[in-house]
Structure formats: C-alpha cells, structure tokens
Design a protein around this ligand. Structure first.
Ligand code: AMP
Ligand code: ZN
Length: 493
C-alpha cells in the first residue's frame, strides 16, 4: 500500500490563508508547477532557497508514493526589468549590455543554474519547459482571452482588461489587494501608455524596432507578457486544473494574481487547488538582492569567497542550514548561523553513521513506531522541515542511548529505525553523507592528487571549463581545493 494512504498531509494554501488537507485531483497523482528562474544572471542563495523548498516538497511527495509530475519552467523571455510593462526585457537588456545574442545569455545562465542545483543535490523536475518554446501556446491563450472579452488590442499590443475582468471575477483574490485601492494608487503614474487602466497588464507586446527578441503574431511582431508563459506551460503539461502552483512570496502579486486572471478569463474556472509561497532569504537582516550587492552566490558558500563568510561550507551544510527554517518563515543568513548549522549537521551525520554499529536485543525500550510517526507528522504539517529535524535529533538521542547501553532495541525496530532515519535524512531532506568521505585513506588521497594534477593540466591548456568542473565536483563531495604558493592542497569537510 502506498504511504500516502496512511498519512494525512496538510498544505498551507495561500489562496484560503489556511492549512488544508491535501486531496489530489487524480488519486495517487500530483501535478505541481513552480515558477523557475529568469535566466539573465547567476541565481543567488535566496533563489536557491525557494527552489530547495520545492525540491523537498517534491521529494516528500515521491517518498509518500505519489506519481508526481513536477514542472519548473525557465523564463527566457518576457520578464520586464521593473515588473510593469514599460521597461526592457531582462534578457534583452543583458544581451544588449554584453553584446551577446539573447539566446547566448539564456544558455549561459541556464547551464549555470543546472550546475548549481546539481552541486546542492536537487532532483531534476519532470519537465523543464522554456517560455520561448511555447510562443504558439501563448498566442492561442491571448486569442481566447480576446474572444472572451477580457483583453483588447492597441497599436499591436494586447492588454488584459483588469476592470472588465473584476466585474465578474475577483482580481486580488490571491494577494488580498483591492482593485479600487490599486487603481487609486496608480492612476496618476507615468507610463500607462496604451493601457485603458494602469492595472491592466500586457499579454502581448509589440516589439520596438531595436528589440531583438520577437515573434510574429496576429497583432504584431512582438513578444509575450511575463505572466502568460506560466499559464501556457502549466496548463499544457498539467491540464487546465491542477493541484499545486508554487513560487517565491514576491511572485504572489502581480505574477500569480495575473495567472489566475488569465486562466479564469480563458477557461472560466480557477486553475489551481493549492497555491504555495516560499518566504525570502535575507542576509544580515537585509533583503538579498543582486542589485544592492547584499547577496551571496551559491558557489561562494562552497569556496568561502565572500566577505560575509569566515570559511567555506559544504553543499549539505548549506542545505541543512536552509531546511532548519520552515519554508514559509523568513530566514536570515549570517556566518554564525551557518557555523551553528554545520555543527548540527555533522552531529547528525556522525549519529547516522553510528547506526550500523548498533547491536539488537530481545526487547526495545524505545518507542520507534511513535518516533517514526512524529517524523511523518512534521512533514504532514505543511512540510515542516525544522520540526522534522528536531525529530531526527530525537533519533540522535536514541542512537546515543543505544550506544552507551542505556536503551535496547529489537532487530525489527532497529531495521525500521535505520530505514526511517535514512529515508528522511537522505531521500526527503536531500542531504549527503559527507562524513563518509571524512574517513579518508591513502587510496582516496591518491585519487584526489590525481584530480589535482588533471586540473593543473587543464589550466595549463586553458581548459578552464574542465578545471572548474573538477573543482566544483570535488566541492560537491565535500572536498575543498586550496591554491597556494606551495601548490594545491585539499581539505575534507
Ligand atoms: P527570478 O529569477 O527573479 O524570477 O526568481 C526566481 C525565484 O527566486 C522566484 O520564485 C523568486 O520568488 C525567488 N526569490 C527571489 N529573491 C529571493 C530571496 N531573497 N529569497 C528567497 N527567494 C527569492
Ligand atoms: Zn511563473
């Protein structure tokens, strides 16, 4: 029997503002769409936190035995710099500044995004569609919305008519904003351009002559609005009505609000049963953002090369740090906090490693079944990873009691205990047992020296892609290279 039949999972639904029992549309199946990155620059640690939250959610669905289709897109066109409709496309801007073809920008940062997620042990999504690969689907949706009377064309651009839509629907249903207030606050702002109302948003934008990202459409050579891509890709791969839609808290408005409006205007019904929003990562109490320089890049965690860090940390330590906070809580990154997380992580790993040395007895003095259900209860309560981690440390306490002979465990309980610990630590939280590499021996040292030499050779040949790959993959294994005057040395975390 699949595990999901024995567990009651509750999810906090941003739409209702309540925790609700999760009931999938099709029994045993989950469809989840998460807004992916806009690939015009390297992801920062805040972005990684949001994707990690959904990675753990995906992992838990898989662990429960759900057949899960997880769609996470790549935004490679349409995301305007200032999030309203009159700025420049983020990717086109980067391409102009760096004199690159926009698809070169997209390729460079998509590859980088994948490398980062691999380093941090993410599971790949089931489908990773791109906005530019779904222009036809987006045009079809615009046509339907116009036919249904909720959009209008002006000078080759098409806008969603928010006021018209709000006559029969509730624009603001997700974000709790009130359209009258929104209109009152924005009416006099510059830049309304062709729109009837400042709150109307672009479904299709006519491209200016200098705009290089453009496609033919019934209205003009142009490009789709940012919100439209997610409506097109989510419904294409998950259907007009699907289980879960997620993203960072900052996407609630306008992005997700507009998605709901587009779907309603197109199909007449709401698209998503559970809206999930992950909270922000701050750095030393301030919002992490590329523009202010108040940020840490994920690779800098692994090399320690950031003024906010006293040393390097392994990917699993960073993961552990992030997952010690609930995905809906704010999380502040400080050097002290990650140092503390590192201690906790290695304590957990040491205990898990010690499980194999425990000998069973004829009786159990520990309530393994109760403890196991507490682990599930934590995750069933809106994926509460910090409570789960607290339960795993209760498991560490059990291990220590067993080791010093203050408790006993039967063979069956020990099997169950070991299986549950491993499942939650490695499969659900996605941590890696880096302690195992800590027991380095002569052979391992020899292999690392061989890789150091190969990296030196690659550098001498100016093959920096290979030399970086060697360094990054060693980092992913918890092996840190340090280049110095005496040559390259390594340390194992
Ligand atoms: P973007 O590439 O800007 O579309 O962002 C990708 C994802 O990262 C979105 O889900 C954002 O909500 C999320 N995000 C952006 N900044 C942060 C932050 N400081 N902390 C957590 N998530 C963030
Ligand atoms: Zn989106």
């Amino acid at each position: 029997m699949p595990l999901y039949k024995t567990q009651t999972l509750k999810i906090y639904n941003s739409l209702s503002g309540e925790k609700e029992v999760f009931t999938p549309i099709h029994e045993g199946n989950v469809g989840m769409y998460v807004c992916g990155p806009t690939v015009y620059s390297n992801v920062h640690l805040g972005n990684v936190r949001t994707f990690m939250s959904f990675d753990v959610i995906f992992r838990y669905f898989l662990h429960l035995g759900y057949k899960t289709r997880y769609v996470r897109n790549i935004t490679d066109v349409g995301h305007i710099v200032d999030d309203v409709d009159n700025g420049e496309d983020k990717i086109a801007k980067k391409a102009r500044l760096e004199q690159l073809e926009p698809m070169e920008v997209v390729q460079q940062y998509t590859v980088d995004f994948h490398e980062i997620l691999n380093l941090f042990n993410f599971l790949p999504p089931s489908i990773e569609p791109t906005a530019t690969g779904h222009i036809i689907e987006q045009i079809e949706i615009v046509k339907k919305i116009i036919d249904n009377g909720f959009a209008y064309e002006v000078n080759g651009s098409v806008y969603f008519d928010v006021v018209k839509y709000n006559e029969t629907n509730n624009y603001g249903i997700l974000s709790g904003r009130n359209i009258e207030d929104m209109l009152a606050n924005t009416r006099d702002l510059d830049g309304q351009g062709d729109k009837k109302n400042a709150q109307d948003f672009a479904l299709w934008k006519k491209a200016e002559p200098q705009h290089i990202m453009r496609w033919p459409s019934p209205w003009s050579d142009g490009f789709p609005g940012w919100h439209l891509e997610c409506t097109a890709m989510s419904t294409k791969y998950l259907g007009n009505h699907f289980d879960i839609h997620g993203g960072g808290m900052d996407l609630k408005f306008p992005h997700h609000e507009c998605e709901i409006a587009q779907n309603e205007a197109c199909t007449g019904h709401t698209p998503v049963n559970y809206w999930m929003h992950a909270n922000m990562l701050t750095l030393n109490g301030k919002k992490m953002a590329k523009s202010t320089g108040n940020n840490i890049l994920p690779r800098e965690i692994l090399t320690g090369e950031n003024p906010n860090l006293s040393k390097a940390f392994s990917p699993s330590v960073a993961r552990f740090f992030v997952l010690q906070a609930h995905y809906r809580s704010n999380l502040d990154f400080t050097n002290d906090a990650i140092l503390a997380a590192e201690k906790g992580f290695y304590r957990l790993m040491e205990a898990v490693d010690g499980l194999t040395a425990i000998k069973p007895s004829s009786t159990s003095t520990l309530d393994i079944a109760g403890w196991k259900q507490s682990c599930y209860d934590a995750m069933n309560d809106d994926f509460n990873s910090p409570i789960l981690i607290a339960q795993l440390f209760e498991g560490v306490r059990f291990i220590n009691l067993l080791k010093d002979g203050s408790a006993t465990i039967t063979a069956e309980d020990l099997k169950n205990f070991t299986k549950t610990m491993n499942a939650f630590v490695f499969d659900v939280l996605g941590l890696k047992d880096e302690k195992a590499i800590g027991n380095n021996n002569d052979k391992l040292e020899g292999v690392i020296h061989m890789l150091i030499n190969m990296r030196m050779e690659a550098r001498a040949n100016k093959d920096f892609a290979l030399s970086d790959q060697i360094r990054d993959q060693l980092i992913a294994l918890g092996i840190q290279l340090k280049d110095g005057k005496e040559g390259t040395t390594f340390s194992v975390q």
